[in-house]
Design a binder for this molecule. Structure first.
Ligand code: P6P
Length: 319
């Protein structure tokens, strides 16, 4: 649908979230507002910051700036009790001890992609304040992503379906997020898969599963950005993994900031997440920045993978 063309009425994000709890709607709209500032500032904040985050990853200037922008912007609403960011070691608390929600934030996932103009974006998890961080994904109240690419799109899920919006251009229409997909469902099988490199260090059962996909002519689509790679699977159907490695059994992606919110969205769209056996959303957290293996995608493929993994476990009777 082209926003602003023809008779079709445009449904804005403001209108869509008006169905939600008023305070939750205000948090989602605040993130949307801040995301527009990031888009505007992007060309003017390029380059590396010569600092490293708690996961040992070199930060870009916009990583640091966007983290401050979202943190200050969200805390200023008075709606946030706790806010934890991938870019900072500890969660920050609302000094008045109030606020209805706890927030997890990856302020710019895939920011190392910016210099090559590839996809990256914001990943946010929203919990009721009674769920102290680190929290189980099953307790998410809502999750949302902002994807910066040829379009700027937002996807949110608040336990009533997955909905996608595209940001209009004020020169052509308005600088608003307009609904383009309501109750988005991931195709049951699909045709793309995204996996990182270093195959010789994958577990044998995972190598076997990927070989099965390749035999079924799944197309490899991997851009090095979790938010972009999973969004592609959400639309086309298929499979994404940042798996366990022989030398990195926990993989790379962070449970709180990346895996939980994205699993919530994929499962909300009728897909499945897995940590190898069972949903990522049921992983009991042990640390704020813990990493876990991530397998996401169409239900049939995740079921097929977990069945194969179980057979491999059963076959290891003697060790
Ligand atoms: P690799 C980006 O830095 C990130 O955290 C995720 O967005 C992405 O899926 C992953 O790392 C890419 O890792 O090892 O393929 O560069």
């Amino acid at each position: 649908m082209m926003i602003g063309e023809g008779e079709e009425k445009v449904i804005t994000l403001e209108e869509h979230v008006s169905e939600l709890d008023e305070e939750l709607a205000r948090v989602i709209l605040k993130i949307a507002e801040l995301s527009k500032i990031v888009r505007r500032e992007l060309p003017h904040r390029l380059g590396k910051a010569s600092t490293w985050n708690v996961s040992g990853e070199e930060q870009t200037k916009i990583d640091v700036w966007a983290n401050e922008l979202f943190t200050e912007g969200l805390m200023s609403t008075g709606l946030i009790n706790q806010l934890a960011s991938e870019e900072t070691p500890e969660a920050i608390e609302n000094k008045e001890g109030t606020g209805a929600f706890n927030i997890t934030l990856d302020p710019l996932d895939g920011s190392s992609n910016i210099e090559s103009n590839n996809l990256f974006g914001v990943i946010c998890g929203i919990y009721d304040a009674r769920h102290e961080l680190p929290a189980m994904g099953r307790n998410l109240r809502a999750a949302l992503t902002i994807l910066y690419g040829p379009l700027t799109t937002m996807v949110y899920c608040a336990r009533k379906g997955v909905h996608e919006f595209v940001k209009g251009r004020k020169e052509r229409f308005e600088d608003v997020y307009a609904l383009i997909n309501e109750n988005l469902k991931i195709p049951s099988k699909g045709k793309v898969y995204g996996v990182p490199s270093n195959r010789e260090m994958w577990l044998p059962e995972f190598r076997h599963f990927i070989a099965l996909l390749e035999r079924e002519n799944y197309a490899l689509r991997y851009g090095g950005s979790f938010i972009g790679d999973v969004n592609q699977v959400l639309h086309k159907g298929g499979f994404f993994a940042y798996p366990a490695y022989l030398d990195r059994p926990h993989g790379k992606l962070r449970l709180q900031f990346e895996a939980n919110p994205m699993s919530f969205i994929i499962e909300g769209a009728g897909g499945k997440s897995s940590v190898g056996r069972g949903s990522i959303l049921d992983v009991k957290p042990t640390a704020l920045h813990q990493r876990i293996p991530v397998y996401l995608g169409s239900k049939e493929l995740i079921d097929q993978m977990e069945t194969l993994f179980a057979k491999c476990r059963d076959a290891r009777l003697y060790y």
